[in-house]
Design a protein around this ligand. Structure first.
Ligand code: URP
Ligand code: ZN
Ligand code: ZN
Length: 456
């Protein structure tokens, strides 16, 4: 064996038990009590938790957006991922008018091949169907390992928005080829109406970012997306769910038997719209914005009950000087916040404090993401899967500050947050990439995860 991790408390989505894990050639070869195989390296994890690596299924690395490019590229973004126990990230390449899906993804893959420190996969954002000819390429995209397509209901002026007709075509075609449609659901026309009225009245602070896209703006779009998913009998994945009304509709649809999945993010679990009244409010500007306390509590309640499928980050940080573009006009603030290094510590700390179970944290950060998005070799501590493993110290306290993060950003919305318990080692396919606060991985080690379609 290459590696033996002994005496740790293994956590899966179903159970926790003490066992050893044996690793060879990047795979989990055996799990059991008192394993006796020889190993090149043996780690004693007694007293620690041994977890599957998290899969952050929502990141925007090196993303051209808001008049700039997000602050973390594939190297720094995946370096930060490794240091937060994330062993696989999903990025969102942006197909543009006249361009194909595979060529769009391929260009990003080439960057990742050189830069990524953890494994990576891609959803593809569809922004223009090229007079419907792009639909013919969905099968090729799936064959390439891209089994999810994303539609934006918003970002009209950025040229990302799709109309309902396009959304329907994507839903239908995605289903046909065994893929799933992801959606960013907010109502663009209501947002534009609000923005115009606020700017006219000189109401330009980040608080008006929230007021231009409050609860009902997201809820309408969530419900519309769910409606079309049901009508097309096609699977739907709602990204970054932040509002209670939309959440309830999604839960109802699922309970009626429709394949509607819900993702939320740590920022919606932690913060409310009150952040938009703070001095540093513009740093929290993301879309959808944080909502009221009722929504925040509803998200925690659903998470605890197993009614939220995944927690991912929507990692899309910008530098302070870029956020400052919106000092006098909230519409000029690039939308997005940091999170990839904080995801697993945040949820695991909540588990350590008894708010949710450790098994639930593993389910939403690793096992469900792998299952929903067809990552056959990932998502749990199981013989035959990739040895993506995190060792977690329940006793280690950690306070976030920008200088102990491993990104390229210059501020974080998580500044000052205290976590009870913290990852101490991360292994990607058996290779140590993070050790006690230090990144020890390397650019280019990350591998492309070719996903499998849903054939059911
Ligand atoms: O504000 C955000 N979320 N920025 C990234 C793009 C998106 O909408 O996911
Ligand atoms: Zn979005
Ligand atoms: Zn996003």
């Amino acid at each position: 064996m290459d590696l033996m991790i002994k005496n740790g408390m293994l956590v899966t989505a179903q159970e926790m038990y003490v066992a050893d894990i044996a690793v060879k050639d990047g795979k989990i070869m055996a799990i059991g009590q008192n394993l006796t195989m020889e190993a090149a390296q043996t780690i004693d994890a007694k007293g620690k938790l041994v977890l599957p690596g998290a899969i952050d299924v929502h990141t925007h690395l090196a993303m051209p957006f808001g008049g700039t490019i997000s602050a973390d590229g594939y190297y720094s973004g995946t370096r930060a991922a490794a240091c937060g126990g994330v062993t696989c990230v999903f990025d969102y390449p942006m197909q543009r008018k006249g361009k194909g899906i595979v060529e769009t993804v391929e260009a990003r893959k080439q960057m990742c091949d050189v830069e990524a420190c953890v494994d990576y996969a891609f959803h593809c954002c569809i922004t223009d169907l090229n007079d419907d000819t792009l639909l013919d390429e969905f099968q090729a995209a799936v064959d390439y390992g891209v089994t999810s397509f994303k539609c934006f209901f918003v970002y009209k002026k950025e040229g990302l928005m799709v109309d309902d007709g396009t959304f329907l075509k994507v839903l239908k075609k995605a289903k046909e080829v065994g893929a799933i449609t992801n959606v960013h659901a907010e109502n663009p026309d209501v947002i534009d109406y609000h923005i115009a009225s606020f700017l006219k009245a000189g109401q330009t602070s980040p608080w008006y970012h929230y007021l231009s896209r409050p609860e009902f703006v997201e809820a309408e779009a969530d419900k519309r997306a769910i409606h079309w998913s049901k009508a097309m009998e096609a699977p739907l994945y709602l990204v970054h769910m932040a509002d209670e009304e939309g959440l309830r509709e999604a839960i109802k649809a699922r309970q009626e038997g429709h394949p509607v999945y819900v993702e939320t993010c740590p920022q919606y679990l932690e913060y409310t719209c009150d952040v938009y009244k703070r001095e540093d409010a513009r740093n929290f500007v993301c879309s959808p914005p944080m909502k009221g306390e009722e929504s925040r509590l509803a998200l925690w309640d659903a998470l605890e009950k197993g009614l939220i499928d995944t927690v991912a980050t929507d990692h899309c940080p910008f530098q302070s000087y870029e956020k400052d573009w919106g000092r006098d006009d909230f519409t000029k603030i690039p939308n997005g916040c940091a999170g990839v290094e904080n995801l697993y510590p945040y949820l695991l700390s909540a588990a350590n404090d008894g708010k949710i179970s450790f098994m639930r944290a593993i389910e939403v950060c690793a096992t469900n993401p792998a299952n929903i998005f067809g990552c056959e070799s990932k998502g749990s501590l199981t013989v035959g899967k990739d040895a993506d493993i995190v060792i977690y110290d329940r006793e280690k306290n950690f306070q976030v500050t920008v200088s102990n993060m491993h990104s390229d950003y210059d501020h974080t919305i998580w500044e000052g947050k205290e976590f009870h318990g913290y990852p101490v080692q991360t292994y990607v396919r058996g290779k140590l990439v993070y050790d006690q606060g230090e990144f020890v991985g390397e650019a280019g080690f990350g591998e492309y995860v070719k996903r499998v379609p849903n054939t059911k």
